[in-house]
Ligand binder design. Sequence first.
Ligand code: NAD
Length: 268
Amino acid sequence: MEQTRIRVAVVGAAGRMGREVLKAVSSDPALELVAAIDRTEIGTKTRELISGLGPDLVVEEHFEAALDRTKPDVTIEFSHQSVALDHAKAAVERKISFVFGMTGISEANLEQIRELCIQHETPGMYVPNFAIGAVLMMHFAEIAAKWLPDAEVIEFHHDRKEDAPSGTAMLTAEKIGNSRTSAPTPLPKQLIKAEGARGGIVNGVPVHSLRLPGLLAHQEVIFGGPGETLTIRHDSLDRASFMRGVKLCAKTVKSLSGLTVGLDKILF
Ligand code: NAD
């Protein structure tokens, strides 16, 4: 007997991540692509966006109308954080779950989205990093920080990234700071010859952000102890690195409750 496929609407479908999601959903037998929504490329065939793959859909503009017509089980969205609250509301009012990947959603908006999920008894997810290796990097860093409290984070991203430090670097530093069982070694008074040379301090951890063309998304967490260093490095070399996590969330979200933030919540 054929299993019922999970019906997916992709939002931000014409963007860099959106196109990757169109490909990932179209090639997964457990998922069915039912809508592609964006503010650009309206009317373009999705098959043109992803080299002839997937069903014969066109990119459409109106989010709510698309949801009403195609009745997805789940939306997967990589658009912009500014529409997160409106899109979460429109989805859960229709009992449609959402998987948000756009970064930078504010704590205040997340709180409102959390309440909407509860009020409408419809689960949703917000995942600032879908790369399984990146989630493992943070997990390993949390373990290392118990033994090696001296740590710094360096993140490297493409030059079109809007926010700095990245959400992943912020979260890594938060986790290191919370996991330390002893205070880091106090540094001597430093002569700072260029402002920012020692990075930004997040939860007591220096974080350094590099932005260069050619990069995608990379991070090193470096720990230092007497006579040793430990470097944990993760590289997203291709946007495909995020798709295992995206598909896992699309398949899992309906079994959760409320708002789940972070891939780690369903991995560990
Ligand atoms: P992009 O600019 O290539 O794509 C964004 C797309 O969203 C565009 O096509 C734009 O037209 C569309 N869009 C914007 N507002 C919209 C709206 N209201 N309705 C419908 N479509 C709308 O950007 P990108 O590189 O694909 O990244 C998108 C987001 O995903 C960013 O916030 C980025 O930081 C985030 N991101 C997250 C992860 C993760 O693992 N969570 C990984 C990579 C990127």
